[in-house]
Design a protein around this ligand. Structure first.
Ligand code: PLP
Length: 393
């Protein structure tokens, strides 16, 4: 007898991947230039030159060592380099023992939730949120509790989070810069959230971790991105190089258990145990060593910034409503009918692939991923105009 829940997960369409697959098939049919595929967050900027050179250098080294296992939490030199980077960049006394190298943020979050929760616990996510938070929370035996962001600003709604916290709440997941909205959480918002969590911990006599999911940390357009461990003690950072270094298919990231947590070593041991239980032997060795030498490489976000400008100006002119994004490479656009799934289906008639907000725990919006070639964005404008006209008729 197979596991029915796992069967459901395998069979259940993930809307983003489903649209992405539809786009690939459609491109094969009518030509890539004729499909306006805003579905997936695959960076369109190449990995920085230093990253590409480092791949060659690593491969030119000892051909046995280049492919060896590393200890499960990562190569000691790599963990040291990441800890040094965190210390220098954010002024936190980071140590390598609290760094666990992973295959991207996905496994980082999955492992972290398994390490810091117990079955029956509740995990809060601020909606709209990255859909897999639910999968990973449930995989840890927890219930995901959705709390809508502030309807105007898309910042965390502190009063709503307060109302959702119960004695079973063991973690709150935040993601800034945010997928799918592009919001950057302000220092004031994060401080208010930190104050609330401290107060609730005190009041309930429980422990509430803040899981900061940070694949877009470096992809921001001029806004300050405060370092969450500096604001709230019980913070665990789940970082990814997928977007910042344009390496999404290579699978590399890390967990950082803040050294400011008094029992950080014990939590890191639970992280190692969760990694073991979930079958993570070690992150890809080549990638570990490549990123360790590129921690200070800043991504060039100007192509995304330019895409953002063209897309937002074009949609504004056509009368679409959207949330001005300060980071990441997504635009949150109001669907032209209340049912976002129906709107996304209708958009397909114009070769526009837009992810309905239902996938992110929200109604009435679509997400556009604008990390795509600029000419596709420019050429998509008549399609957006025709879609709008179809609703105006
Ligand atoms: N969290 C968020 C908010 C994301 O957008 C993504 C990927 O798009 C992930 C986690 C997973 O990233 P990774 O490729 O590092 O597993």
């Amino acid at each position: 007898m197979i596991n029915e829940r796992m069967y459901e997960l395998g069979a259940e369409p993930n809307k983003i991947r489903e649209l992405f697959a539809f786009g690939l098939a459609r491109k094969a049919e009518i030509g890539a230039e004729n499909v306006f595929d805003f579905s997936i967050g695959n960076p369109s900027v190449p990995a920085p030159a230093q990253v590409q050179e480092q791949f060659q250098k690593e491969l030119a080294k000892d051909p046995v060592k280049a492919h060896e296992y590393t200890p499960s939490p990562g190569d000691a030199i790599v963990r040291q380099a990441i800890a040094d980077h965190i210390r220098d960049a954010f002024g936190i006394p980071a140590t390598p023992g609290n760094v666990y190298v992973t295959s991207g943020a996905s496994s980082a979050i999955d492992i972290t939730l398994a390490a810091i929760t117990n079955p029956g616990d509740e995990v809060i996510a601020i909606a709209p949120y990255f859909p897999e938070y639910r999968t990973w929370s449930e995989n840890a035996g927890c219930t995901l509790v959705e709390v809508p962001a502030d309807a105007e600003t898309f910042q965390p709604d502190i009063a709503a989070i307060e109302a959702a916290i119960t004695p079973k709440t063991s973690a709150v997941i935040i993601n800034s810069p945010n997928n799918p909205v592009g919001t950057v959480y302000t220092r004031a918002s994060l401080e208010a959230l930190a104050d609330l969590l401290r107060r609730k911990e005190e009041e309930l006599g429980t422990r509430i971790f803040l899981l900061s999911d940070e694949p877009y940390r470096e992809i921001a357009y001029g806004m300050e991105i405060p370092y969450v461990p500096a604001l709230y003690q019980d913070t665990i950072v789940c970082y990814s190089f997928s977007k910042s270094l344009s390496l999404p298919g290579e699978r590399i990231g890390y967990i950082y258990v803040s050294d400011l947590i008094p029992d950080a070593a014990r939590i890191s041991t639970a992280v190692a145990g969760a990694g073991r239980a979930l079958g993570y032997i070690c992150a890809p060795v080549l990638l570990q060593r490549v990123v360790a030498t590129c921690l200070d490489v800043e991504p060039d976000v100007t192509p995304y910034e330019e895409n953002r400008r063209i897309l937002t100006e074009g949609l504004a002119q056509l009368g679409y409503e959207y949330v001005e994004p300060d980071g990441a490479f997504y635009l949150w656009v109001r669907a032209l009918e209340p049912d976002a799934v129906a709107f996304s289906e209708r958009a397909k008639d114009f070769e526009l692939l837009l992810v309905p907000s239902d996938s992110f725990g929200a109604q009435g919006w679509v997400r556009l991923s604008y990390c795509i070639p600029r000419n596709i964005i420019e050429r998509s404008m008549p399609a957006f105009a025709a879609l709008k006209a179809a609703y105006d008729d």
